[in-house]
Design a protein around this ligand. Structure first.
Ligand SMILES: CC(=O)SCCNC(=O)CCNC(=O)[C@H](O)C(C)(C)COP(=O)(O)OP(=O)(O)OC[C@H]1O[C@@H](n2cnc3c(N)ncnc32)[C@H](O)[C@@H]1OP(=O)(O)O
Length: 342
């Protein structure tokens, strides 16, 4: 879980263009043609940092890769979404082009250390007729920090097809990004210095995701709300058509952002003293573009025993359910002490 306050700001509250059979390459290099041409350079400049850096693993040997870090939460633990996204990239590298990621299940077993890279060791568990399964260990200091199983399937259409209905919310064009909301808050003439400091720290975050909360909170007015949360999300920069495995990796990165914080919404009288994702499961239902706005619907059906369960659904703008996820996290809280009025 990302512990940044962005989660608090978001807290309160496909592919429409990709065809149904995107070519299945995981080519993370610039498009073909002259890499020095102005178009290729422009494309490279626009390319999302998620593609050029975060999800661009270095191959060290057969089924062994190394990933670098981009954005690290204030907790100085590696962002879980980055480790999941990189693990899925590593798993996908040994899977043929006609197979699509349809699910992954992960445990976060140790905190990630932002001072050293992460190694990804892939185990080719099975290559079946329709399904292929990979197991990935993300390793630092010789110990696993994440264990992940991912499954890929060839396209197999079926007459059995249903989904929930996408929530009705304002379109992203009618909403403000987190950065715009922060600037709005900072423009308040009577804003206390301590809030200015925190908000400017947030603005300095180089989170490679754009977020538009559907129900942004009244600034620092902490009121209890249902453990439900809606926001529009998309990767910053351009990723382009096809590359469906890559879009799944970006969606895996996005899906862990501000998710666990949903479980804290009914308890404004408490703040997280220690919060971290324990596991993360994800299912991919349809093609989508992670560099286009998608609605992220989050809810927490249960919390207890210093843990919280949260679930998320990523919707394409045309109402198609693109992906679902579930996560349990540790939530150790302490009461929020407010200055006495006396
Ligand atoms: C930033 C993100 O995106 S989080 C996503 C990634 N997820 C993670 O990083 C979690 C990785 N997993 C882990 O770190 C481990 O498996 C844990 C922490 C979940 C469990 O490991 P355990 O050895 O059982 O830890 P334990 O529960 O005893 O204590 C762990 C932490 O909780 C803290 N803690 C323990 N009890 C309490 C308490 N009552 N109140 C507050 N903090 C507490 C400890 O100080 C310790 O913090 P530290 O690791 O920063 O020193």
């Amino acid at each position: 879980m990302a512990e940044s306050k962005v989660g608090d700001i978001c807290g309160s509250s496909a592919s429409t263009t990709s065809d149904d059979h995107p070519e299945e390459t995981l080519d993370l290099k610039p498009e073909d043609g002259d890499p020095e041409s102005p178009e290729a350079q422009k494309d490279q400049d626009l390319k999302s940092v998620l593609v050029t850096s975060v999800l661009n693993l270095e191959e060290l040997g057969v089924d062994l890769y190394r990933g670098t870090h981009h954005w690290v939460p204030r907790s100085q633990r590696l962002f879980g979404g980055q480790i999941i996204g990189q693990a899925l990239v590593a798993a996908a590298k040994s899977v043929s082009d006609n197979l699509y990621a349809h699910s992954l299940h992960c445990y976060f077993v140790r905190a990630g250390d932002p001072k050293v890279p992460v190694l990804y060791q892939v185990d080719r568990i099975r290559d079946g007729r329709s399904f292929t399964v990979r197991s990935v260990r993300a390793i630092q200091h010789g110990q696993p920090i994440l264990i992940c199983q991912a499954s890929f399937q060839m396209l197999q259409p079926s007459p059995l097809q249903h989904q929930f209905t996408m929530p009705v919310v304002p379109p992203p064009e009618d909403l403000l990004t987190v950065e715009e909301l922060i600037r709005l808050y900072l423009s308040k003439p009577d804003l206390a210095e301590k809030y200015k400091l925190g908000l400017n720290k947030l603005l300095a975050n180089e989170v490679p995701i754009e977020i538009k909360p559907v129900n942004p909170p009244v600034f620092y007015k902490v009121t209890a709300s249902e453990p439900k949360n809606l926001f529009w999300v998309r990767a910053r920069g351009y990723i382009g058509e096809g590359n469906m495995k890559l879009h799944c990796c970006v969606a895996a990165y996005v899906s862990d952002f501000a998710l666990l914080g949903t479980a804290l919404l009914p308890y404004p009288g408490y703040r997280a003293q220690f919060a971290a994702s324990l596991d993360h499961a994800m299912w991919f239902h349809s093609t989508f573009r992670s560099d286009e706005w998608m609605l992220y619907e989050c809810e927490s059906p249960w919390a207890g025993g210093s843990r919280g369960l949260v679930q998320g659904r990523l919707w394409r703008r045309d109402g198609v359910l693109a992906a679902s996820c579930s996560q349990e996290g540790v939530l150790r809280v302490k009461p929020v002490t407010r200055p006495s009025k006396l």
